[in-house]
Design a protein around this ligand. Structure first.
Ligand code: GCO
Length: 450
């Protein structure tokens, strides 16, 4: 049929993260995070940009809630800055830190926007890095559980949807193994495998602590940048291969959270470098989730059936495979169909959120104050077509969060690459809707693929 509707009650939202938008890094008793430190090391960030001011959302959140409202973003995914709430990671909380989130949550609810809170989006309190090597130690996992329980206790009267941690692969491998993100370490594989284990353990410990203090039943999940495998040609054999590949390519993170065990391949390939863990920890790591949240930007790998032990072969992207403005961002709309489909098939997920999708661009504001981002509109039309394919087939995707509401601090790319539906003038901090904001609004308002 030609029904272009998304399912009833489909959630259309936008997303941001604390360090990328808030600014106000020295206000109201906020502590230092590893991103404050890292962004001040000359040469680490394009242009030596940092998040000191960012979008100044800390002061302009009321205006930003109106931006959401103006484009029918009925939900907002934001992250809570751990060092704002606990300047020293644990111990005595800083009430002024939490107050900011209370104000924000109240403002969202007053405007009919559902808050979705992420507890960790990379801004680890510096003190944990200094004392324990951050994610290298299970002390960090314990500290997170304490922080997570405190925040949940305080806000779960109003916030019903939570994400424990955001993008495990980024804050483990990219941060401790490949040295690309804060704290910028290049540790040997044994330690990286341990960092991954401590991260999923932290998620499990946090989950348990959160359930214990919740004021009412909550929906808790992750927001993971799943490594997405897409069958290069959609034959039965290749689809089967993509499924196997998805399980193995995510073995140290999403797979162990969903299955409560590491795959044999994962442990065998690590050999003596395998992490140290107990059965009891595995049970915690696999604590039941209410939904699976996945950040999907691309097909990380194209896959075909393989005549080998694994049953799959990975295919490299062609040299001139088209990319969006971020160098890593291969255009591959099919990822937004295959990622949720394979998550459903592999792990019987009953509810899936797309917790991030979007693209970077080098948008420019015209003399007339317009931003005509045909690239982002093209991107969205193609990706949402694949999302619609998924929901029409009954794959249980219940919501989509666009990354991002507005241009913001794009980590090591600084302010040079823009991901927003709203254009940010970093001098005046004025926000201007782009053409894509209009597109998003029309889709969200009609709940229809346009
Ligand atoms: C994440 C992402 C975001 C990025 C976005 C665009 O951690 O969820 O890395 O913070 O800004 O993915 O690259």
């Amino acid at each position: 049929g030609h029904n272009r509707k998304f399912p009833d009650n489909f959630v259309w939202g936008t997303a941001t993260a604390a360090y990328q938008v808030e600014g106000a890094v020295n206000e109201d008793g906020r502590g230092v995070s590893i991103w404050d430190t890292y962004s001040k090391i000359p040469g680490k960030i394009k242009n030596n940009d940092n998040g000191d001011i960012a979008c100044d959302m800390y002061h302009r959140y009321k205006e930003d809630v109106q931006l959401m409202k103006s484009i029918h973003s009925g939900a907002y995914r934001f992250s809570i800055s751990w060092p704002r709430v606990f300047p020293n990671a644990t111990g005595t909380p800083n009430p002024k830190g939490l107050d900011f989130y209370n104000r924000l949550i109240d403002e969202l609810l007053a405007n009919g926007i559902t808050p979705y809170a992420t507890l960790y989006h990379w801004d680890l309190p510096q003190i944990l890095q200094d004392k324990y090597g951050g994610w290298q130690s299970k002390e960090t996992s314990k500290a997170f559980a304490e922080y997570a329980a405190y925040v949940t206790e305080k806000i779960s009267d109003r916030v019903k949807h939570f994400f424990t941690l955001n993008e495990f692969y980024s804050f483990t491998d990219l941060s401790y193994g490949l040295g690309q993100l804060a704290p910028g370490l290049k540790l040997p594989i044994k330690e990286v495998a341990q960092v991954r284990n401590n991260a999923v353990l932290e998620h499990g410990m946090g989950l348990q602590a959160m359930r214990q203090v919740a004021k009412s039943p909550l929906e808790i999940g992750v927001a993971e940048n799943i490594v997405t495998a897409v069958p290069v040609i959609e034959t039965k054999e290749n689809i089967e291969a993509a499924k196997k590949a998805t399980r193995e390519l995510n073995a140290g993170l999403l797979t162990v959270m969903m299955e409560g065990k590491y795959t044999d391949n994962y442990l065998n390939s690590l050999g003596p470098d395998a992490p140290d863990f107990t059965m009891e920890e595995l049970n915690l790591i696999a604590g039941p989730l209410d939904f699976v949240g996945i950040n999907v930007y691309l097909a990380n790998k194209y896959v075909q059936a393989g005549d080998n032990e694994n049953g799959f072969e990975l295919i490299q992207h062609a040299k001139h495979h088209p990319t969006m403005a971020s160098p890593w961002h291969m255009v591959s709309p099919e990822s937004l169909y295959w990622a949720p489909r394979l998550v459903m098939e592999l792990w019987k997920a009953k509810e899936i959120y797309i917790t991030e999708n979007g693209c970077g661009a080098t948008d420019e504001l015209s003399q007339e104050g317009q931003v005509i981002d045909t690239d982002r509109v093209m991107f969205l039309k193609n990706y949402l077509t694949q999302l619609h394919r998924a929901t029409s087939e009954g794959i249980p995707v219940t919501g989509y969060f666009h990354w991002s509401l507005m241009d913001n601090f794009e980590w090591i790319f600084g302010y040079g690459i823009r991901f927003g539906l709203f254009y940010m003038d970093y001098e005046s901090l004025e926000r201007n809707p782009k053409l894509s904001a209009e597109y998003f609004k029309k889709v969200a308002e009609s709940n229809t693929l346009l």
